[in-house]
Ligand binder design. Structure first.
Ligand SMILES: C[S@@+](CC[C@H](N)C(=O)[O-])C[C@H]1O[C@@H](n2cnc3c(N)ncnc32)[C@H](O)[C@@H]1O
Length: 277
């Protein structure tokens, strides 16, 4: 039903509704009427109270806007949800994104099967949900890097919620590009899941995944231990993998296998690759 343009996600007993702003050709009144219809149908369809619904409006993704704080609408604390073994904290109220990217559930699950006794690196780690899964699956150690203190504090809360040892599982606040240049450690499994675009004040240059992915991938492949694996993923709809990467490494495009049924209709949500030397 294209006229009801919203993503409806269930987190524990909360329903998170993201309405995609209607194009200018649709009268505002009509768009509001459709949203009201949608909001009155959700409690009936899901058997919940309407006070458990939280609504946000998403506009066309304009650069850094995706990571900005929303106007404060409520003082609610984060809620805990379960994903496999992991307890993960989500915030449906303060940011456009909740702290847990749902399209990557299968990738996190796959990581759990790859890391027992291994050294894991999580780049652009956000709230470090993939690291939580890795630690719970018995990774020997991990390093998770992100530029944002807000998300690293959130990552720490996720670690605390799962009793993760923070000496063996390190959180580092730094620009991943400069961190990778300086890094001399080896890893068995690396997750590289950068944003499409980023232009924080903390970086010398803007980051553009289409332009910059090849050099990041080469650097990650240099850091892999013998027989190690790089998992490279990104959400840019128009993304194409650099030909040089296909020539240099064994590349397996696992996008299809990493889409759960609720994302099958939107196959451009992410692209995911496994790379080995
Ligand atoms: C698309 S998310 C990554 C998703 C994450 N890997 C996951 O699975 O949940 C973007 C993250 O990259 C971080 N970020 C953006 N540019 C960065 C940079 N140059 N260095 C380090 N972190 C960066 C942001 O702070 C944000 O947490």
């Amino acid at each position: 039903m294209p006229e009801y343009s919203a993503a409806i996600d269930c987190y524990s007993d909360w329903v998170h509704v993201q309405e995609y702003k209607a194009p200018k050709s649709i009268e505002e009144q009509k768009a509001q009427y459709r949203l009201d219809e949608l909001l009155s149908a959700i409690p009936v369809a899901l058997g919940i109270n309407s006070d458990k619904i939280f609504v946000k409006q998403r506009r066309q993704n304009k650069g850094k806007q995706q990571y900005e704080r929303l106007e404060k609408q409520t003082n609610r604390a984060k809620i805990a949800v379960k994903e496999g073994q992991a307890t993960l904290l989500v915030d449906l109220w303060s940011y456009l994104d909740s702290g847990l990217f749902l399209d990557h559930r299968p990738v996190r699950k796959m990581i759990s099967t790859m890391v027992t006794g291994k050294h894991f690196l999580n780049l652009f780690c956000y709230t470090a949900t993939a690291t939580v899964h890795a630690a719970l699956a018995g990774a020997e150690s991990s390093v998770s890097v992100d530029m944002s203190n807000t998300y690293l504090n959130w990552a720490k809360e996720n670690f605390d919620a799962n009793n993760i040892n923070q000496e063996r599982h390190q959180l580092i606040q730094q620009d991943c590009v400069s961190w990778l240049e300086e890094c001399r450690q080896g890893f068995d499994v690396i997750l590289l899941d950068p944003p499409s675009f980023s232009n924080s004040k903390r970086m010398d240059d803007v980051f553009d995944v289409q332009r910059d992915h090849a050099s990041l991938i080469h650097r990650c492949m240099d850091l892999l231990n013998h027989n190690g694996t790089l998992i490279f993923s990104n959400n840019l709809r128009s993304f194409t993998l650099d030909k040089d990467i296909l020539d240099c490494y064994r590349v397996d495009n696992i996008t299809e296998k990493t889409l759960d049924p609720d994302f099958q209709r939107n196959k451009k949500i992410h692209q995911c690759f496994l790379l080995k030397s």
